[in-house]
Design a binder for this molecule. Sequence first.
Ligand code: GLN
Length: 535
Amino acid sequence: MTRYIFCTGGVVSSLGKGVTAASVGRILKARGLSVVIQKLDPYINVDPGTMSPYQHGEVYVLEDGTETDLDLGHYERFTDVNLFRHANVTTGQIYAEIIARERRGDFLGGTVQVIPHVTDEIKRRIRLMAEESGADVVIVEIGGTVGDIESLPFLEAIRQMRKDVGPDNVCYIHLTLLPYIGATGELKTKPTQHSVRELRGIGIHPDVLACRADYPITPDLLDKIALFGDVDREAVIPLETADTIYKVPLMLEEAGLGNYLVRRLHLDAGPPDLDDWRDLVHRLRHPRGEVKIALVGKYVGLHDAYLSVHEALLHAAAYHDCKLVLDWVDSEKLEKKDVAARLCQSDGIVVPGGFGERGIEGMIATARYARLNKVPYLGLCLGLQVMVIELARHALSDEAANSAEFAPGTAHPVVDLMLEQRGIKDMGGTMRLGAYPCVLQEGTKARAAYGVECVWERHRHRYEINNAYREILQEAGMVWSGLSPKGNLVEIGEIRDHPWMVGSQFHPEFKTRPNRPHPLFREFIRAAIEHGARR
Ligand code: GLN
């Protein structure tokens, strides 16, 4: 029998509900249980694939090509479990499904309503997670905060789940904030009390209250919250702001949440084994050196837009016992002439993914700086395309060589729309998405990093390296180190006679794990550390 843990949030958003859900997954997995995590997003978009990074942060891509909320990245990284299509449900998907059924006549003349039709469809998707994974525990995070109009059908659905699967098989965790009042120097519980009352008004009685605060939470406060929230004292979990998100599973375990959940849900679980996790947190908090990386992108004002890239760099730096010092460089503000001055303090440079023309010239200048000055460089999707444009401008002696995305009329479209992409009009879910195989060529840096011949990596792009220019670029110093099995698509390119300049058409950052950094990030950071030592 699958158990369900529902995570809701109250008081304010951005409390780290995603990290908390992911951490609950980690501590249960540490006891030998199988866990999957699902996110219910109340917005009406079908998926975040068409949303601006400014609205939504990063779009996280799953193996099967589903474009999802960035919290799914936390889930996969914390639990080391690959998730699939049903792990991210939106209001848009629910309504699209119901309206299609209504048009087919499936409701036989009945009136289609939020209760039961919308709530039934939500519950069907929650149960699908259990059926498809066969996991012991399905953790479900509900996006937004209690009190939002748009999340009401989701909350009603998870309320009903208690009756559907039995009260012993569901558990509700509510995450709230204890604000700090500077004038009196104390944390306040009143917003939490209100939030619990709001949740109860909907018919959900929380089992666990996880309380976030920027200051230490004293035991008397926890007593008070237990009393007013009508929750077991041991189920009030203090979550003081941590210096690294990877500490959260350890904090939950120490606060006794693991034991509580095992008892509350009658789980057949062993003792927790979090040794490797403790080791990771220790390495993150006690680095022996540091590595300075410049991230040259167009959404740098918004760190969430590059969340997985940041985590991948962090995992790789921790692997080398180094502290990651990240310099966020706005490519739009980077003029050709000041690239060297801006980047000369960096041990390595990352050019991440992106769409649209803004900021591209700054990235191309960055790639030129990295190539000529032999600075380690990692290009992620757009970062590979930029690296190719730069080399092509040099090889063809034509500064107008470009991607058809940024200069549709260019005489040299060295990066061009993929054949399958021509004629596509719909923007949603139509890119080259998800995991594809990549064959690594013998004797290359990419092959050495991975140590195997074939890998599967996740894609999200419409453009690709134009095969017509492959040879001339090769003569100019490019090595096509990763290709599709048929050899018709470039997956990885690297610069010959350079310490480490590698770009991939896929997004390796989606497959990094805290204790198993992605090979390309791991070797990039190694090269950056060596460059730093030489510098
Ligand atoms: N805009 C480029 C393309 O569509 C790169 C996409 C990306 O970096 N994910 O091919």
